[in-house]
Design a protein around this ligand. Structure first.
Ligand code: ZN
Ligand code: ZN
Length: 337
């Protein structure tokens, strides 16, 4: 079988490897059909992550067909079209037992801290696999994972219909959050510094788009929502945007943070206290694939419109390079098998 390995920063080689052995108890073998390239993969590709070991098979946004199942697998059968929840935790610690597996001290993401999906076959615990609705293609279904990020943010923010949201950043994750917010009946203002990304946001239903490089954001927020924005998401994940989210939040506002920026933002306790703000973190997803499958069934989500490039596995190196150097025009690049 073919397996694409990141041998060292910026070098992926497609190698031939022996087929996998039979699945063990509660395991399944999936023939991979489509895998998305994520921002995380691009960081790993460039050698910007210290928590990985080479060679590494990347890829955590994937879909495929179940081709073999082990003993004790009851919810799947051979031939099922499935997506994979890539969040692997210990399942035993207090954090896991209390229902927060995505922030387990030993949490791993498939394709980041363990080998992932850029290969013909994977053997995985079957309880990480979810059958996706018939109407979606493998390419579309591979986007379930970025939608799970949005689903997790929503479980943290609990938005109500009619609420105003300020969404900072119209990248891939920003667009999944936008679709979820619109499906949930929110009004959404989207900011970015790249015009192409703002155009994407408009196409995905943003009520108001603002280029934060050329506009006075404070004024624009007031114009969009005179009574203030109560939901704020920093979908870029950098300290200055967290600071702005706190600045622009209405009383009783909720702010979601998803970034891994280690630099600090100057935030005073008074800013949080005076308006009784809520600051929530959201990491990967905590068993949110069932929610995403419900979203997909509703027909209100358009993963297909997010796919801007498709490459066969043999061309994975150029797919990564193209995605990296054409960031403004790429929403989601898919590797096919
Ligand atoms: Zn991802
Ligand atoms: Zn744990």
């Amino acid at each position: 079988m073919r397996t694409a390995k990141l041998m060292r920063p910026k070098t992926i080689e497609v190698l031939e490897e022996p087929l996998l052995s039979s699945p063990g108890t509660e395991e399944a073998i999936v023939q991979v059909k489509a895998v998305g390239i994520c921002g995380t993969d691009l960081h790993v590709f460039q050698g910007q992550r210290s928590d990985i070991t080479y060679p590494l098979v990347m890829g955590h946004e994937l879909s495929g067909i179940v081709v073999d199942i082990g003993i004790g697998v009851n919810h799947l059968k051979i031939g099922d079209r499935v997506v994979l929840d890539p969040v692997f935790s210990c399942g035993k610690c207090a954090t896991c037992c209390n229902g927060h597996a995505n922030v387990c001290g030993n949490v791993k993401c498939f394709g980041v801290q363990m080998n992932g999906g850029f290969q013909d076959f994977i053997k995985v615990p079957a309880d990480h696999l979810y059958v996706f609705p018939e109407r979606y293609s493998f390419e579309e279904a591979a986007l379930a994972e970025p939608y799970s990020i949005a689903a997790n943010i929503f479980s943290r923010l609990t938005p109500k219909p009619g609420e105003n949201m300020l969404l900072m950043g119209a990248g891939t994750i920003g667009l999944t959050i936008l679709q979820a917010a619109k499906a949930g009946g929110c009004r959404v203002m989207v900011t970015d510094v790249v015009e192409e990304k703002l155009r994407n946001a408009s196409a995905f239903g943003a009520d108001y788009v603002v280029n934060s490089k050329t506009s006075d954001l404070q004024n624009e927020v007031r114009r969009f929502a005179p009574d203030g924005v109560t939901l704020l998401v920093d979908a870029v994940g950098i300290a200055p945007l967290l600071e702005q989210c706190i600045q622009f939040a209405a009383p009783a506002g909720k702010i979601a943070v998803i970034g891994f920026d280690d630099t600090s933002a100057p935030i005073s306790p008074a800013q949080i206290t005076r308006r009784e703000l809520t600051l929530v973190g959201s990491r990967m997803n905590n068993h949110k694939f069932p929610t995403v499958m419900e979203w997909f069934k509703s027909g209100q989500f358009h993963p297909g419109k997010m796919i801007t490039g498709k490459y066969p596995i043999e061309e994975i190196q150029s797919a990564f390079e193209h995605t990296l150097y054409n960031n403004a025009n790429c929403i989601k690049t898919i590797i096919t098998f």
